[in-house]
Design a protein around this ligand. Structure first.
Ligand SMILES: C[S@@+](CC[C@H](N)C(=O)[O-])C[C@H]1O[C@@H](n2cnc3c(N)ncnc32)[C@H](O)[C@@H]1O
Length: 243
């Protein structure tokens, strides 16, 4: 099947726009403990109605009912959730929403939330684009995109997160001045990010030519970063600010 955008936009019976997703939603079988986390904990961590079935009018989420007047941060593709839980524990005064369609990753996050006892998190077990639809404009103060899927083949670059399809709605939900952090081990991903992210309304905040080598002060290495280091690739840390 062609993955290009040359066809008119399709919609699902729910009215949802057709959004191609090329990643994995499920991996190997879940452990019984992980099945239990999903069954017992996930519903209570919902940020509100995100799916098109539950919220066909795409009403903005009522985040105040969950987080009060806390600032809201967003992690896109949290993987196993180590960074998200670390941020939540470091900043209990912030509310953090994570989006991740890979259910094994969601189950791992839930285990870490139980172990850490953090309460300032919400989880959308799905595509970040569906979440963007239902976040009010300017409602998010910081976003993290950590080791996004690299899609190394040139013909697949359009699947990368750093494309207008993803960056424009992200820019809409971020407030002016909001920070947007990207970590990647793929030099061509850096190239595309430095082209596309400014175009979507962000400035790159590089303090000197070696700035990209320095992790953030509150950084914790993720599973994918560990894999990249084991395989001899170099992490790049990019910080942008929403104009
Ligand atoms: C290479 S993994 C990195 C995971 C984690 N951030 C880390 O550093 O270990 C990329 C993750 O992004 C997720 N992802 C891909 N497309 C996404 C989307 N549209 N919305 C949310 N997450 C997405 C994938 O399911 C995958 O878990």
């Amino acid at each position: 099947m062609s993955d290009d955008a040359s066809h008119p936009p399709k919609t699902a019976p729910s009215g949802a726009p057709w959004r191609n997703f090329y990643g994995r939603r499920k991996g190997k079988g879940l452990r019984p403990s992980q099945e239990a986390y999903l069954e017992e904990d996930l519903a209570a961590l919902s940020p509100g109605p995100v799916s098109w079935e539950a919220n066909p009018e795409r009403r903005p989420l009522d985040l105040a009912s969950r987080f009060g007047d806390r600032e809201i941060w967003l992690e896109i593709g949290f993987g196993g959730g180590e960074h998200m839980v670390h941020q939540a524990a470091t900043y209990p005064e912030i509310g953090i929403i994570g989006a991740e369609p890979y259910i094994n990753g969601v189950a791992m996050l839930l285990g870490k939330i139980r172990a850490a006892g953090v309460e300032n998190l919400a989880v959308h077990p799905g595509d970040a684009r569906d979440l963007f639809d239902v976040l009010a404009p300017g409602s998010v103060a910081k976003a993290f995109l950590l080791y996004p899927d690299p899609w190394p083949k040139k013909r697949h670059h359009r699947r990368r997160f750093v494309t207008p399809e993803h960056l424009e709605p992200l820019a809409r939900v971020l407030r002016p001045g909001a920070e947007f952090r990207i970590a990647t081990d793929i030099p061509d991903y850096v190239r595309q990010a430095l082209e596309e992210v400014p175009r979507a309304g962000f400035d790159w905040l590089a303090e000197g030519p070696e700035d990209w080598r320095r992790p953030w002060g509150d950084w914790i290495s993720t599973r994918y970063e560990q894999k990249a280091l084991r395989e001899g690739r170099t992490p790049h840390y990019l910080t942008f600010r929403r104009r």
